[in-house]
Design a protein around this ligand. Sequence first.
Ligand SMILES: Nc1ncnc2c1ncn2[C@@H]1O[C@H](COP(=O)(O)OP(=O)(O)OP(=O)(O)O)[C@@H](O)[C@H]1O
Length: 253
Amino acid sequence: MLELIDLTKTYQGRGRTVTALDRLSLQVDAGELVCVVGPSGCGKTTLLRCVAGLLPYEGQVRVAGRPVTGPPEHTAVVFQEYGRSLFPWLTVRQNVELPLKEKGLDRARRTELVTESLEAVGLAGAHDAHPWQLSGGMQQRVAIARAVAYEPSLLLMDEPFAAVDAQTRADLEDLILRLWQRLEMTVLFITHDIDEAVYLGRRVIVLSASPTTVLEDLKIDLPAERDQLTTRSLPRFAELRGHVYAQIQRTKQ
Ligand SMILES: Nc1ncnc2c1ncn2[C@@H]1O[C@H](COP(=O)(O)OP(=O)(O)OP(=O)(O)O)[C@@H](O)[C@H]1O
């Protein structure tokens, strides 16, 4: 589904060249949920933006076999800044519906998808609210509803829960797990939170410090059914998070 081969990204500016990604290779199969972690500034956002077709790059990025030269088809992105990703002058319903109009779906199908997705994220009663009338966690739910209503085969998430409180974050993590299982999407989830990566991911990709490449591709051998309390108290969970933590510390030395 997703293939990165020798992906390299350099930023040029004011006489300075930053190599954010250095011949990074990675493969994600259809239907996988893969988390990417790494030290601050290592290029996680850069990686996601290359895959989303928002940045030029060197090397190869392919989604469903096609080279990425712009936003790939059947792909949705959820960013960290929910405040900036929703249109404040549109209602919740209109925000979720907009990409469906662009996709050319008829009104009946759009209504069906908007209703279903808002229900799935627990916002069935908020259709006519404006984003600024909602809490941060609710706004991020709208952004998630908008992404899943689009019925993407690839969902890209860039630290989507970094700005919400711990309780909301746990709820949103479980929401993503449910939606992923139900909709059979491929999910690439960027986070700086090691616990979150181990809890959500079936694989965790640990990135090195800049110039960045893949330091480890770790299979998360926890039971498939995850639960905030049970999963996080498993000895294996503690082992895996300790291992990833040590790897990231090592990259900082
Ligand atoms: N537009 C830009 N121009 C120049 N350098 C940039 C630009 N965007 C990012 N960089 C540099 O590229 C590197 C990777 O940045 P990026 O934002 O992708 O990292 P990150 O891992 O997502 O960071 P964080 O964990 O802090 O969110 C950093 O050294 C950053 O300074």
